[in-house]
Design a protein around this ligand. Structure first.
Ligand code: SF4
Length: 398
């Protein structure tokens, strides 16, 4: 036997579970019936899920935890109980209610998707994975999750939790991300014809509560007997991951200008791209080679005022998906008659909470004007850049 053939045989062996020990959907569903999580967007047992709530929750849960999403979901449902109401609302209102949840391209796509559902599908979400994936902001994972949960379609919704469970079940030696197609196929093979929606949610719950990244509770797992990684004794080593390249640090300067009458100089970011459409104070470009010594060359020019800039001690640090960012912050106060430069506006400091301020800008304001600090949502320090322009990332946090 050649070396290559031997390697291939070992890899195959890792997913060839004896027939009697194959994971059975029925075992997982029985566990789900006893231990399902009560989530605000989840239909109670025996009731029909509302596709609008399923879709809204799945978009919010992309890269974001259940705990962080819950209050946002409640606010969105209270404000826009149906997709038609959301579609009829201005985008700016959606961005404002989304502020702090991160991954802001999702909010723009959410709004675009609501409008597409109304215009193309008469206000009813389509049931097929393909038609769902054709809507703005719905990638392959989200399409499968909505099809399964809302319409009971036998779709394999494979997020990070499910990848972990399935990689462990089969002790899959292939490393992520190359292993994704294999994991998807293995997951699809597990999906039952009946109760596909419950099965999808059961797998999510198993990954979130039992088969956790560290210290999985294998003794409580309904698939314990069938799990290859549990038998090997090293479930935490799965899924195997390829080493990740870190983004290069970028740096820049932020300029916090207040007027004597309690107004803050702000502007809106371009609608597309990182933090698209969100509100910010003026900043320099964020570059790898930014020179702090020349920061003031990037300060906004104000008519009828010569700001006396003061550098605030320390820096504001923030981590986007693709790169870490460090900003130096300058502050200045100008007179009440100072007009805002072109493309900028004055915003009353006591109305900041109503602005679409991303977490990075909340940090900048807190650093420069601690008395006007706004709370940051509990998402840690990590906020993402949109990875795809029209289709969102398919990852979902626990
Ligand atoms: S037995 Fe352990 S490692 Fe295997 S699927 Fe269950 S919780 Fe995960």
């Amino acid at each position: 036997m050649t070396v290559a053939a031997g390697t291939a045989r070992r890899k195959r062996a890792s997913v060839e579970t004896p027939k009697t020990q194959r994971p059975q959907a029925a075992d997982l569903l029985a566990w789900y019936d006893r231990h399902r999580r009560a989530l605000p967007w989840r239909a109670p047992p025996g009731t029909t899920p509302d596709p609008y709530r399923v879709w809204l929750s799945e978009i919010m849960l992309q890269q974001t935890t259940v705990k962080a999403v819950a209050p946002y979901f409640a606010r969105f449902i209270a404000r826009w109980p149906q997709v038609r109401a959301l579609a009829a609302s201005p985008l700016d209102d959606v961005l404002k209610l989304w502020a702090g949840l991160g991954y802001y391209a999702r909010a723009r796509n959410l709004h675009a998707c609501a409008r597409a559902v109304v215009e193309r599908h008469n206000g009813e979400f389509p049931a097929s994975e393909a038609a769902l994936a054709d809507l703005p902001g719905i990638g392959p994972y989200t399409a499968a999750a909505i099809a399964a949960i809302a319409f009971d379609a036998p779709a394999a919704a494979v997020d990070g939790n499910v990848e972990r469970v399935v990689a462990r079940l089969y002790a899959l030696a292939d490393a992520l991300p190359a292993a994704k197609p294999r994991l998807r196929a293995l997951t699809q093979a597990l999906v039952p014809r009946a109760r596909a929606g419950d099965f999808a949610q059961a797998l999510m719950d198993l990954g979130a509560t039992i088969c956790t990244p560290k210290k999985p509770a294998c003794a409580l797992c309904p698939w314990s007997d069938a799990c290859a990684a549990r038998r090997r004794g090293d479930p935490e080593t799965f899924p195997v991951k390829a080493p990740k390249a870190e983004g290069r640090q970028r740096r820049g300067a932020a300029f916090v200008v207040t007027r004597a009458d309690g107004q803050l100089l702000m502007r809106s970011r371009p609608p597309k791209g990182l933090l698209g459409g969100m509100t910010e104070v003026p900043t320099s470009e964020w570059r790898h080679d930014f020179d702090d010594e020349e920061a003031l060359a990037h300060a906004p020019t104000l008519a009828r005022a010569t700001p006396r800039w003061r550098r605030v001690g320390g820096t504001v640090r923030h981590v986007f998906t693709h790169f870490p960012l460090q900003l130096v912050v300058y502050v200045a106060t100008v007179g009440t008659t100072t007009p805002a430069p072109s493309g900028m506006r004055w915003v009353a400091l006591d109305t900041l909470a109503g602005e679409a301020l991303p977490n990075l800008m909340r940090k900048v304001v807190a650093h420069a004007l601690p008395e006007h600090a706004l709370p940051e949502p509990r998402r840690g320090d990590v906020m993402a850049a949109p990875k795809q322009s029209s289709k969102q990332s398919s990852r979902r946090a626990t």
